[in-house]
Design a protein around this ligand. Structure first.
Ligand code: KG4
Length: 333
C-alpha cells in the first residue's frame, strides 16, 4: 500500500511516499527556519503563507523522487493536529483536494502518533509493545504503545515542552533560533557540573514533567552573575542546563520501563536529535538491560514520512475522516 503523507503543522512543509508503513520511497522537507530566524521563533502567519507557496512543489518533488505518479498512490494522509491552525489548514485542505480529485481515501493523522511511530521507519523489525518518550518543540509525552494504534499516556509536561525549554534557554543565552541544536553544540565545550540547576521530579513515582522552572533558574543565574560582575560561561550554562533536564528525562523513562515491565524504549521528536540525550540514554539503558530506539535524524524533527507511516497503522475510525476532516490545533495524544 502506497501512502502519500503531508505534514505542515509548524514550520516544515513536507511530503513523503511510504510503502506499507515502513519503506520510505521519498521524504521531502522544506524548512522555513531561515525565514523565521530573524524573529527569534516561528511567526504563525508567515508560516501559513510559506506553506501555501511551497506545498505544490514539495508534493511534486516527493512524487518525482519516489518515481511514482498520483495514480499509483492508494491513500492520502495528512497531519490534522496538534500545531498552528493556519499552518495545519494548508496541509489539510491540500490533502482534501487531492483526495476528492483522485477519489482516494483521506487519512487524518495525529502528529504526536507520527512521532511515536517514527522509529518504525528506521527499524524494520521494531514492533509494539514499547515505551515511548516524545520530546518535541510543542509536546513532551511518556506513553506506552500497547499496539500500533493502542496508546496509553503515562505522563506529560505540565507546562513547557522540552524543546520549548531548550529554545527559551537558548534565547536567554543569545543563541539563534532554533536553540536546541545550538545548546547541544555549546554544551560539548562546557562543564555539565559547573552550575547546579534544579532537577524537577514532582511527586514520587510521577511520570509527568515540568520544564518551565528551569528557564527561570537559568535567567536568575545569569542575572546574579552579572550583578556580581562575574563572567557568564555560556558553554557551562548550556551543559549544566542539559544535565539537569536530561537526568530527569532518562530516570523517568527508565522508571516507566520498569513499572510496565517493558525493555523497549523509543525516544523520538526534535529533541531526540540531541547528542548528549542519546549518550545518557544509551548508558543508562545498557545498565538496566533496556534497548533504546531513536529515529534517524531526518525523522526526528517534523517530517511527512512519520505521518504516512502512522496512517498505515491507525484505526478505521480515523481512516473514515474523509472530507469532514478538519484541523485541530490542540489535539492531544
Ligand atoms: O519535532 P519538532 O520538529 O517540532 C515539533 O513537532 O514540535 O522539534 C523541534 C524542537 C525545537 O524545539 C528544537 O530546538 C529541538 O526540537 N531540537 C533540539 C535539537 N534539534 C532540534 N533540541 C536539542 N538538541 C538538538 N540537537
Amino acid at each position: 500500500m502506497l501512502i502519500l503523507g503531508i505534514e505542515s503543522s509548524c514550520d516544515e512543509t513536507s511530503c513523503a511516499i511510504v510503502k506499507d508503513g515502513r519503506e520510505v520511497l521519498s521524504n521531502e522537507i522544506y524548512t522555513q527556519i531561515p525565514i523565521h530566524l530573524e524573529y527569534g521563533g516561528v511567526v504563525p502567519e508567515i508560516a501559513s503563507r510559506n506553506h501555501l507557496i511551497k506545498i505544490s512543489d514539495v508534493v511534486d518533488n516527493a512524487l518525482e523522487k519516489a518515481g511514482v505518479s498520483l495514480d499509483d498512490v492508494d491513500a492520502i494522509a495528512v497531519t490534522r493536529g496538534p500545531g498552528l491552525v493556519g499552518a495545519l489548514l494548508v496541509g489539510v485542505n491540500y490533502a482534501k483536494a487531492l483526495s476528492y480529485a483522485l477519489k482516494k481515501p483521506l487519512i487524518g493523522v495525529n502528529h504526536l502518533k507520527g512521532h511515536l511511530l517514527s522509529p518504525l521507519l528506521t527499524y524494520p523489525d521494531l514492533e509494539p509493545p514499547y515505551i515511548a518518550l516524545v520530546v518535541s518543540g510543542g509536546n513532551s509525552y511518556l506513553a506506552i504503545c500497547h499496539d500500533y494504534d493502542d496508546i496509553e499516556v503515562l505522563g506529560k509536561s505540565r507546562d513547557d515542552a522540552l524543546g520549548e525549554a531548550y529554545d527559551k534557554v537558548a534565547r536567554t543565552l543569545d543563541f539563534e533560533y532554533p536553540g536546541g541544536p545550538k545548546i547541544d553544540k555549546a554544551a560539548k565545550l562546557g562543564d555539565g557540573k559547573a552550575i547546579d540547576f534544579p532537577r524537577v521530579y514532582l511527586e514520587e513515582g510521577s511520570l509527568d514533567f515540568s520544564f518551565s522552572g528551569i528557564k527561570t533558574a537559568v535567567l536568575n543565574y545569569i542575572n546574579s552573575q552579572k550583578q556580581k560582575n562575574l563572567e557568564v560561561n555560556k558553554n557551562d550554562v548550556a551543559a549544566s542546563f542539559q544535565e539537569a533536564v536530561l537526568e530527569v528525562l532518562v530516570n523517568k523513562s527508565i522508571l516507566a520501563c520498569k513499572k510496565y515491565n517493558n525493555n523497549k524504549l523509543v525516544v523520538s521528536g526534535g529533541v531526540a536529535a540531541n547528542s548528549r540525550l542519546r549518550e545518557l540514554f544509551s548508558n543508562e539503558a545498557e545498565k538496566n538491560d533496556i534497548e533504546v530506539y531513536y529515529p534517524e535524524f531526518q525523522y526526528c524533527t517534523d517530517n511527512a514520512g512519520m505521518i504516512a507511516a502512522a496512517a498505515y497503522y491507525i484505526d478505521a475510525l480515523e481512516k473514515e475522516a474523509a472530507l469532514r476532516l478538519n484541523a485541530n490545533p490542540s489535539l492531544g495524544l
